[in-house]
Write a protein that binds this ligand. Sequence first.
Ligand code: FAD
Length: 382
Amino acid sequence: MTRFDALVVGAGPAGSTAARELAAAGARVLIVDRAEFPRYKACGGGIPLRTERLLPFPIDSVVEDSVSLLEVANQGRDRFVRDASTPFAHMVMRERFDALLLEQARKAGAQFRPGTTVRALHRDGGVRIEADGFEAEAPLLVCADGAHSPVGKMAGLGEGFAECAAWEVELCVAASRLERYRARALIELGYFPWGYAWLFPKRDVLSIGLVLPPGQAGALKQGTKVFIDRLGLSGFEAGVSRGHKIRFRRGNERVADGNVLLAGDAAGLADEFTQEGIYYAIESGRMAARNVLRAAAGNGDLAPYQRDIDDQIMPELRAARLIGFTFYGMLRRAARPWMFASAHTPYLWNAFFAVQRGESTYAREAARVPLLPAIASRMLKD
Ligand SMILES: Cc1cc2nc3c(=O)[nH]c(=O)nc-3n(C[C@H](O)[C@H](O)[C@H](O)COP(=O)(O)OP(=O)(O)OC[C@H]3O[C@@H](n4cnc5c(N)ncnc54)[C@H](O)[C@@H]3O)c2cc1C
């Protein structure tokens, strides 16, 4: 059996970031993933610009487009476009983006073992993972195995999160249609009680998808088709189309225990306004690495990681949730006036663009409206 200083399960943004930072600090780290890489991941691939600041290497080589225009409609009506002047988000294909993050982890010295599905976890002193015909052990484990988090469950962590589901289609369209959406993200509202469809431009395809609340996963595929029809894109061939769940940590659910911690989607770190998770996956991957190094140099306990998540990520997720509930609540109560107000209140979208660029935070923007928690909880009851 091979021994390491730390094991990482899952080579998505959370796992690769943790592995890279651990290896860069001199740790002997193994990262395993059940998939062969590059691998597809159901995802819009919209990355807020602020993500770049978390990474010590350029991502230009995998950026397919950068968007500065946001087009918003309500079931095809009340359409408006906000121009942010300069990009607020990058668009990537996850197989290429994740492969870049993994390559950087390997460059830093992390060992990678693809095609390795962890089927059992033993925690007797250290941590031992078992896959088919393979075992590895280490004192500490970063569990970055995504929203279903099978290994997190084996550790008894990550229970009790809220969740929703999303569906994604890569549509191969004519060049003229690609041109129509260059530098432009389209968001379609009007789903009950909340949710949105998106169209994100990529170099050769349009990424189109739909996110809906829990209990509506069965409506995702058909809802995406209706959206594609409404856009006049139904004649084009759909490449991959796939769904996945997204989880949300709202309270104090445990994300660390002794020698195991959860990062990224495994820890429910996606926001409830935009349902984005890549930024938080990378941020928590960095925190995971710092805590593993601290624990390795100290008493071997990863409990302080949970405090870091509570202090540094949760205020942002809580604020995003309040903003999301208020936004969708207003839309439910008075769709047309709210769309009109949204279109004619540049402040709202400028604040959103500032958050996306890392010039502000959801927490700072939410604090500007002291009554927001009361308004949001009222909206929840509608
Ligand atoms: C349809 C859809 C659209 C989305 N769009 C966006 C978006 O536009 N922007 C955004 O920021 N976020 C988006 N998200 C959320 C985003 O995809 C996630 O937040 C992000 O992938 C989290 O990264 P991660 O590293 O935590 O997990 P993942 O990227 O899911 O990686 C987990 C890895 O763990 C591996 N794994 C799982 N189980 C095992 C096991 N037993 N053994 C070994 N390996 C295992 C998997 O193979 C996988 O590679 C979207 C989600 C969905 C479902």
